[in-house]
Write a protein that binds this ligand. Structure first.
Ligand SMILES: Nc1ncnc2c1ncn2[C@@H]1O[C@H](COP(=O)(O)OP(=O)(O)O)[C@@H](O)[C@H]1O
Ligand SMILES: [Mg+2]
Length: 233
């Protein structure tokens, strides 16, 4: 299966921001993108229907003709862990159910999956985001908020992804805050310590980010392949 599992060091780090940019870039290259955000909490209610904003954004960016319920069937209102939100709605969802959503139509194009929260955030009754990524055997793209403290977060995630035996397509350092620390250079510090590519997104006050062509090429041509991931200590 061709695709990517977009995870993050946490929530609100730019997973959807990167996912939509990637969906647009692939679509521009005439690659059919199958967006999947199998479970989403923090949905807003409109006319009695729960609207999953991430899934809507991914569907739009991918120009996906399928149904929103194919992209995201499991929706919850409280902005909390999806598993807890499901419990509050008296629902129990398994990793296998989420896998099925991601596999539906997967043979038709590039499957772009956004998890919820971070790599080790619980996603289903019996699994974390990591377990869905492993079940799908998709390469991982790790998104991090580029700030003080990010080095440890990224290295921990890289080690976890490595332990799960998944290829890591790269790390995207995403500048979310307008005010930056001029002395900090997480990109350089990470490049010295991990063997996978490290990409950066500048702070954007509106507009759309242009992802690195190298990243897009590598995702299309089987990312993170073969090369063992290395963390330098
Ligand atoms: N490079 C950036 N520049 C400016 N704002 C950004 C950037 N990346 C993300 N954001 C904003 O940060 C917020 C969180 O990003 P989002 O993609 O929703 O995170 P996640 O999907 O990880 O929860 C959103 O409002 C998004 O528009
Ligand atoms: Mg998101």
């Amino acid at each position: 299966m061709q695709g990517v599992f977009i995870t993050g060091t946490s929530t609100e780090v730019g997973k959807t921001f990167v996912g939509t940019a990637l969906a647009r870039a692939l679509t521009q290259r005439n690659i059919k993108v199958i967006p999947r955000k199998p479970i989403e909490s923090g949905c807003t209610k409109h006319n009695g229907e729960l609207i999953p904003q991430d899934a809507v954004a991914l569907k739009e960016a991918a120009d996906y003709p399928g149904l929103l319920s194919d992209v995201c069937p499991y929706r919850f209102e409280p902005p909390i862990s999806p598993v807890r939100a499901a419990h509050l709605a008296n629902k129990i969802l398994t990793t296998e159910q989420l896998v099925n959503i991601c596999l539906q139509g997967s043979e038709e194009g590039f499957v772009l999956v956004e998890g919820a929260g971070g790599f080790y955030s619980p996603l289903a009754e019996n699994g974390l985001n990591a377990d869905l990524a492993v079940a799908l055997q998709l390469p991982v793209l790790l998104v991090a908020d580029d700030k003080l403290g990010t080095l440890s977060q990224v290295l921990l995630n890289v080690e976890a992804i490595q332990m799960r035996g998944l290829p890591l397509a790269g790390v995207v350092l995403n500048t979310i805050n307008e005010v930056q620390n001029d002395y900090m250079d997480n990109t350089a510090d990470l490049r010295e310590r991990i063997s996978c590519p490290v990409y950066t997104n500048p702070y954007l006050n509106g507009g759309q980010v242009q992802l690195s062509e190298t990243l897009i090429d590598s995702l299309i041509n089987n990312p993170g392949s073969n090369k063992p991931l290395r963390i330098v200590r």
